[in-house]
Ligand binder design. Structure first.
Ligand SMILES: Nc1ncnc2c1ncn2[C@@H]1O[C@H](COP(=O)(O)OP(=O)(O)O)[C@@H](O)[C@H]1O
Ligand SMILES: [Mg+2]
Length: 262
């Protein structure tokens, strides 16, 4: 699994107002006081589901990376009380005060990255990545990557997934499906940002299927060791059980993807 450093938020830079949770950008430092650059921080106090949302964010990032989908480098960002005291903007000071302790961050992708434009045709060079992302979102039951709200950053031939706070949506169902590898119960897939671009296309799904199959105990054990204990609740174990049940029916799951895209 990729490393997840714990950093300290050193100075507030600005906010992103484009989404639901208004992430804040901080220059961060490691524990030796070295400046490690800007991180976009999803603040516990701005996320309705608090720690449960942070768990989904970090696990979505680590899981995407594990199956070969690009993500921004993740971090756990500690917010200390002194930071709130130093802020002149009262709104941000309030959020900081409500988010003391550990939060989820990802390295700020600057330098030409922008949000995937609404209605953009997927070029041939990105078809395989787009298909991987579609399969990934079906696996993690993520309804939050749709046209008009892509939660994808893009530059040239690079697609980077962000924002997994709504993923693993089976956690919210009162009666979760007992057959999560069957996709008729996942209607949001037809609203997925890449659905119409992948429809009727011949895309090779072998690589992503192999990567999903390869997720094993070591991934879950490492995730368990880096994720803060109070983010886990019972949900980390339930997410693992979900993924393992799909792995056990991976051929059926992949055929379901092919059927939806036929
Ligand atoms: N690692 C990152 N690098 C650059 N911009 C980011 C990063 N993470 C988030 N953003 C920006 O912040 C916006 C909101 O972030 P997102 O995680 O989608 O939060 P929300 O839950 O509010 O939708 C994104 O649309 C994007 O513009
Ligand atoms: Mg978003």
């Amino acid at each position: 699994m990729r490393p997840v450093p714990t950093l300290v938020a050193a100075s507030y830079q600005r906010s992103f107002n484009s989404g639901r949770t208004t992430p804040r950008v901080f220059v961060c430092e490691d524990f030796d006081g070295n400046n490690v650059g800007e991180f976009v921080v999803k603040m516990r106090g701005s996320i309705e589901t608090h720690e449960a949302g942070l768990l989904r964010e970090i696990l979505g990032n680590l899981f995407a990376y594990e199956v070969g989908i690009a993500t921004a480098e993740p971090a756990i960002v500690r917010i200390d009380p002194e930071l709130a005291a130093a802020l002149t903007n009262q709104t941000v000071a309030d959020v900081v005060a409500n988010s003391l302790g550990l939060n989820y961050g990802s390295a700020n992708l600057a330098g030409g990255y922008s949000t995937w434009p609404v209605g953009k045709i997927v070029p041939q060079s990105l078809k395989a990545d787009a298909a991987d992302i579609f399969v990934f979102d079906a696996l993690i039951q993520n309804p939050d990557r749709r046209t008009g709200k892509p939660n994808l950053l893009w530059k040239d031939d690079h697609l980077v997934v962000i924002d997994h706070e709504m993923a693993f949506s089976f956690l919210l169902s009162i009666i979760p499906s007992t057959t999560p590898w069957l996709l008729d119960e996942q209607p949001y897939l037809r609203d997925h940002v890449f659905f119409s671009e992948l429809l009727h296309e011949q895309v090779d799904l072998e690589r992503i299927a192999g990567a999903i199959e390869a997720i094993g105990d070591d991934f879950w054990e490492e995730a368990d060791s880096v994720i803060p204990n109070n983010w886990k609740g019972s949900e980390l174990a339930r997410i693992r059980a979900h993924v393992e049940s799909v792995q056990q029916h991976l051929d059926v799951f992949m055929n379901e993807i092919r059927r939806i895209l036929l």
